[in-house]
Design a protein around this ligand. Sequence first.
Ligand SMILES: NC(=O)c1ccc[n+]([C@@H]2O[C@H](COP(=O)([O-])OP(=O)(O)OC[C@H]3O[C@@H](n4cnc5c(N)ncnc54)[C@H](OP(=O)(O)O)[C@@H]3O)[C@@H](O)[C@H]2O)c1
Length: 263
Amino acid sequence: MKNFCVFGNPVEHSISPKLHNEAFKAFGIDANYIKILLENHYKLKESIFKLELDGANITVPYKETAFEVCDEVFGIAKKIGAVNTIVQKDGSLLGFNTDAPGFLKSIEEFGKIENALILGAGGTAKAIMFILQENGINTEILNRSKNRIEFFQKRKIGAFCWNNYNPNKYDLIVNTTSAGLKDENLPAPKEILDKILRDAKFGFDVIYNKQTPFLKLCKENLLTYKDGTDMLLYQAVFAFNIFFDNQYDEEKITKAMRKSLID
Ligand SMILES: NC(=O)c1ccc[n+]([C@@H]2O[C@H](COP(=O)([O-])OP(=O)(O)OC[C@H]3O[C@@H](n4cnc5c(N)ncnc54)[C@H](OP(=O)(O)O)[C@@H]3O)[C@@H](O)[C@H]2O)c1
């Protein structure tokens, strides 16, 4: 039997076990996926070996630690500096980031996008910025405070704080902040959001299973919008494919995992 888990803190809310276990069932794979509350980032590497895991997903706040503990990191994860999927092969830890392609897949239905504004400048903003940039979509960053925007400015990305920002026109606005997750806050001052949403076509919130104040404002401005459920789903689909060397049909994995979201 193969063993997998998601590490995080908190992790109780994670639906990753539900998604992966449903896919194991659909393909008749002898495997189990659990959630593990990891109190301390030092324990990540030793936990993977102690639990004899074949693979793991890593969620907040350990994605940067996961990047550090891997023996080899692949693809866009190298640029982002964060890993959410680890495979253990012959005692080596191989790291990947499936949040970024998961996001890209989930906005496919929007059609052509030329430019985007990302609200927030944390780990998720980095993942989304790099994947948009790799796909030729001009991207800017707007964040509440100054510290985190330097990462983007160093890479020649237009990155601003609320107090030094002149609104531009964008096709897509993405909220990557946790504003609206456990409160009714907007991710930026309403005056700014009103200006950028008036000209935008699409809104996306990485928060899932909730119509956040940001999405409500997208609706009021007649944007096409969606929450982060599909991003979560597709990051799991891509992680599953990495765990099993791409031997399973992506559509069938997606179907099984989507079913688990409804059940
Ligand atoms: N759907 C999915 O698959 C998916 C995948 C990954 C992450 N997520 C979600 O994405 C969210 C962000 O995760 P992260 O790892 O990027 O977090 P993070 O690295 O801690 O960054 C948080 C960012 O949000 C900003 N922020 C926090 N509270 C705010 C508020 N009240 N108003 C305005 N800005 C605020 C912070 O600004 P400052 O710099 O000023 O502090 C920072 O830029 C989480 O809710 C996570 O669950 C969803």
